[in-house]
Design a protein around this ligand. Structure first.
Ligand code: PRP
Length: 219
């Protein structure tokens, strides 16, 4: 079998990815949460795993440095998806991309007034498209994390961020005011690998499609 490298996204998605891989018969040789190794072998001699910052996963797969990856739809939309085949919604990492403000901030009135609103986010591309589709003029401020802090310190009027349980918004007296889209993690494949490593890629895709279907039917 041709060697394959799978790129996984660090963080919350990883906790849901590993059981899915295990159900598809793929188990890392080391505990990924504690290992300092960057390339980890698995029980399948031809398959190795790399765990990356989520935003780097599409880049590794696009350039073929990794053959297959697991990435959130948020990350894929922000990346643009060029050079990536996206055959499968894995149904994991479910959350929503939302606009949120401080509790008590009158978002509707601000929008109706039509003045410029400042929005902080790491999802600049998605936010730009969302507000442009609503013909809203917003000034976007790029951040790399802890977006919830921006309205609290007056850096921005609103944020665009992922909301899962809603606990982070609640803990910081923020409230969701617009729902942009639902998000799940997708399997991404380098198109060249799909052709040239089909003997290894195809069985992996089939196995993951089967377990992802079972998991989403049970959800
Ligand atoms: C995400 C997101 C929110 C939080 C929402 O951050 O940016 O901060 O989760 O989850 P909740 O609705 O369940 O509270 P994450 O912890 O993934 O880290 P990040 O700040 O690096 O994006």
């Amino acid at each position: 079998m041709t060697p394959l490298t799978i790129a996984l996204s660090k963080g919350r998605i990883l906790d849901e990815t590993l059981p899915l891989l295990a159900a598809a018969g793929l188990v890392p040789d080391e505990d990924l949460s504690t290992s300092r190794k960057l390339i980890v072998a698995t029980n399948r001699p031809n398959i190795s795993l790399v765990v990356l910052r989520a935003t780097d996963v599409p880049t590794y797969v696009q350039y073929g440095a990794a053959d297959v990856g697991v990435a959130g739809k948020d990350v894929l939309l922000e990346h643009g998806g060029a050079g990536l085949y996206q055959p499968l919604d894995l149904g994991i990492g479910r959350c929503r991309l939302m606009v949120a403000t401080r509790l008590g901030y009158d978002w509707t009135a601000s929008v109706q007034r039509g003045g410029r609103i400042r929005v902080a986010t790491k999802y600049v591309r998605i936010a730009r498209e969302h507000f442009a589709a609503k013909s809203m003029h917003v000034d976007l401020i790029k951040l790399y994390g802890s977006m919830e802090l921006a309205p609290l310190l007056g850096l921005a009027d609103a944020i665009v961020d992922l909301v899962s349980t809603g606990n982070t918004l609640k803990a910081n007296d923020l409230v969701a005011v617009e729902d942009i889209m639902p998000i799940t993690a997708r399997l991404i494949v380098n198109p060249g690998a799909l052709k040239l490593k089909r003997d290894s890629v195809k069985p992996l895709l089939d196995a993951l499609a089967a377990v992802a279907n079972i998991a989403s039917a049970a959800a």
